[in-house]
Design a protein around this ligand. Structure first.
Ligand code: ZN
Length: 279
């Protein structure tokens, strides 16, 4: 069922990669809030530049809901020391997510280790890496959200590429683990409706939105504004709502040649407008 149009911005969040080039985290917290956007998702590089304690204070002062911290993951490595370093880094990310009150830590799970052609082994390392940090996440009350990435990133960013794979990991590893559904990565999947229903309210921890442009000129940095591409976002939102999802909708647009070149205020204004017409 296609979702009914949204009528206000109460559940609009902006992932701070959307204004990555224009604004610092301090400017984003103040700017989004002043422009009527009360949800934010934060990348760790900007969080580190601001300082975790200062960010937590500013987020509270501005009444922002933190819909996610990006990102943990990147578990596979060709050495045991490399895999342990990833586990340690994920534990630090969990602690930071707890400090800023993030609704989840988004996991971009990682691709093939250097020189490897064994994607099955990489997927095993992802399973084992998540298993190694899950207890820490549960204790910190930070849910881990596996974000399946489009298969074009299977080698270098994430070897978990479908909602079905993410659901299988959740089945295997249990509570404290869920899924970040990003329409950009999963819109093409013939099993999408069924796997969203399978995930259900419990596992659907985040809903990321942007659009798939035709043609796409860059595999990483040419995401479209909602409404400018081919993704039926209301359809996918409808499936998520049927499954019980009632959380924020997080705009996440990496766009080096378009949106990152425009004033941040304009980008936020267009996000708000398209949120009501194309989401
Ligand atoms: Zn995303």
């Amino acid at each position: 069922m296609t979702a009914r149009p949204l009528s206000d911005h109460a559940r609009l969040s902006i992932n701070d990669a959307t204004t990555k080039v224009q604004w610092t985290l301090e400017e984003e917290i103040a700017g989004y809030s002043a422009l009527g956007v009360h949800g934010i998702s934060i990348w760790r590089d900007k969080l580190a530049a601001c300082g975790v304690a200062k960010a937590a204070r500013m987020l509270a002062e501005h009444g922002m809901t933190v819909t996610g911290l990006c990102r943990g993951g990147m578990f596979p490595s060709d050495t045991a020391a490399g895999r342990q370093a990833a586990i340690d880094d994920n534990r630090r990310a969990i602690d930071d997510a707890a400090t800023i009150g993030a609704a989840c830590l988004v996991l971009v799970v990682g691709g093939l280790p250097q020189g490897s052609k064994d994607i099955g082994a990489a997927r095993g390392m992802v399973h084992d890496g998540i298993a190694a940090v899950l207890e820490h996440a549960r204790a910190a009350r930070v849910p881990l959200a596996i974000e399946p990435l489009h298969p074009m990133y299977a080698a270098d960013r994430a070897c978990v590429n479908t909602m079905g794979q993410a659901n299988d990991l959740c089945d295997a590893l249990g509570p404290g683990l869920g899924i970040a559904l990003d329409v950009y990565h999963v819109w093409w999947d013939p099993d999408l409706e069924r796997e969203i229903a399978r995930a259900g309210k419990e596992r659907l921890l985040a809903f990321h939105i942007c659009d798939w442009l035709v043609p796409t000129r860059d595999l990483l940095l040419d995401r479209g504004m909602m409404g400018d591409g081919v993704i039926d976002i209301p359809q996918i939102r409808g499936w998520a709502e049927e499954a019980g999802y009632d959380g924020f909708h997080e705009v996440e647009i990496f766009s080096s040649e378009n949106w990152w070149k425009r004033p941040a205020e304009e980008v936020v204004a267009v996000c708000k407008e398209r949120y009501l017409t194309a989401v």
